[in-house]
Write a protein that binds this ligand. Sequence first.
Ligand code: RFL
Ligand code: PHB
Length: 388
Amino acid sequence: MRTQVAIIGAGPAGLLLSHLLHLNGIESVVLESRSRADIESTIRAGVLEQGSMDILDEAGIGERMRKQGALHHGFELAFGGGRHRIDLLELTGKAIAVYPQHEVIIDLVAARVAAGAQPLFETSEVALHDIDGARPAVSFMHQGEAGRIEADFVIGCDGYHGVSRPMIPQGVREEFQRVYPFGWFGILVESAPSSNELIYAQHERGFALVSTRSPTVQRLYFQCDPKDKVENWSDDRIWNELHARLEHKDGWKLNEGRIFQKGIIGMRSFVCAPMRHGCLFLAGDAAHIVPPTGAKGMNLAISDVKLLSRALSAFYRSGHQGLLERYSEEALKRVWRAEYFSWWMTRLLHTFADATPFERRMQQAELENLVASRAMRTALAENYVGAF
Ligand code: RFL
Ligand code: PHB
């Protein structure tokens, strides 16, 4: 088999890239190790920046997002017993949408199927060949048969644990990493939202976050030991912890409901540079990871593939390689700024067990400064909505 662009991974990065290339008349094949049902039901991110919404709209797949996604014009920061609103719209003129990542995946798969280009699901033994030579190819197993696709380009959109990144030789690849000494315990709850807007709470017992998925489902997180086990957390223990971290004297109450999903997520910051080697290009989590505090992961994946689809389109239209050559440098500029913001939000809002009393006071003072200063709130809001 031969195609123009072989894409490994049907996450937001791989599926959107395939769709954007199709809109530019470029043929691609997407290989995915999991099943369609699995990728369409895995609960992950929730927040889309305005720029990401615009890209989905321009690509003609924004209709359900516009109808079912909830537009948020601000969020709240809770600390020291009070709550403070960050008015994103007033500070930046932009907003964000809460629209679950698996819904974006459903919309993208539907668009690919409608175009007659369904990803190859449940492939295994995916391997890349000759990525810096003349005949790049990807081999794999699919439905019990061995397959091989030759392509002009191979795009690694296969997430942090994928096979693409290790194909960049060690002497060429530089990796930057920070693993945090805590994780997030995430739950899905059957109940009406407790708040119209997200609440990011700093508390001495640890960070907590109130988000939503729909008018009948809440998404809640709280900082935990990354090595803890879900079995150690009964529903009662979870609610006690969330009430303790989120409720203060102002009368606001967290809505309880049936907890129907629990999970623990580790947290890291990670960047691989460069994001290109030969005809292999990396996009999304394959090249970088941010802790979820800044809600940037899916948005970075979307902005990578926007750059990449432009570069590939320019190449196929006119033979110019300039944008392809600049891809890694351009993508990494945005990546590092989002890494900084995600690290900063994480440091600002989490409890570090080894922090000295002085460092704890500095954290409080930074939060007080932030809400007191329009300039600092504006910087936070610009980063959060991705207004660059
Ligand atoms: P994905 O989504 O991990 O997709 C990679 C796909 O590649 C497949 N794959 C392979 N396929 C074939 N052969 C192989 N050898 C393969 N190896 C892997 C995998 O099965 C998978 O389907 O990467 P992509 O496309 O780069 O997308 C990145 C986002 O998924 C990720 O950054 C976000 O989910 C991060 N994130 C958030 N991002 C936001 O923008 N806003 C948020 O509010 C937000 N919240 C979150 C998050 C991530 C979270 N978790 C679970 C880490 C909240 C959480 C809790
Ligand atoms: C989510 O709704 O899953 C969510 C929202 C904001 C974040 C991270 C996750 O910062």
